[in-house]
Unconditional design. Sequence first.
Length: 276
Amino acid sequence: STQSTGNATASAVYSYHERQKDTAEGSYGTQSAHIGRDSARNFDCCCLTLQPCKDPVTTTEGYLFEREAILTNLLKQKKKIAKAEKAYSAQQKEKSVKATDREEEFVRLQGPSSAIKQQAAAPSDPSKRLNNFWVPKLQGHAVEKELPKPDTKTYCPITGKVLRLKDLIPVKFTPMPQEAPGTSTICQEVRYMCAVTHDALTNGSTCVLLRPSGNVITLDCYETLVRGEMVDPVTGDKLREKDVIVLKRGSTGYAGAKNTGEDLVAKKKGAVLMAN
């Protein structure tokens, strides 16, 4: 029996609490921790900068970006593509142009030996190549890697799918009334509301973007007032199915928010002890 319940070290059972404690202190096994609301992205924050958007745009899949941030990202991709195209074009031009150099002329005029003739006749197989230090053309050289044809498409930094500039859709949030005169919208805890019902928009509410007007409403408002007639209640524009985009949101910190598409559990894998 143990002397104290606070120091139960004589038990033959390796308890769950002891296992968790040893795992945390020994840095082995898989450690997991639940992510709270403070670590989750808010629904109105950019997926790149993680800051509240001042000029928001979204993709057709509902990922929100600051316009400046996503344009900078696409511009970097374009510059990288242009650099790759330039290198590929230079390589193709070098392969197409066949100029007779002075080393080949020297070998032909001097009457190379049969071994060198055989080397010049079949230089394609590196294993059969005869290296000759005194003839520059027959010296050993590193084989230049052939560049593949560059991909000219730009991609979404979140999903990895093709994203063009014209695919970005402007988003028009309806700001909440200011809590105090002169207070910036960004400084408010609840910044935006539904454009129709004026309900507060938070990570706990699913937001729907109406593409023609850019207005953002709640999913409940869409199901109740819009889905039947498919008409924008603010502007009166006729809507199609592709004009309704559900915005991706962060997490509320509760376990029930796992259907938001963002993982609430952070895992760290360490060394594993295995017994034979």
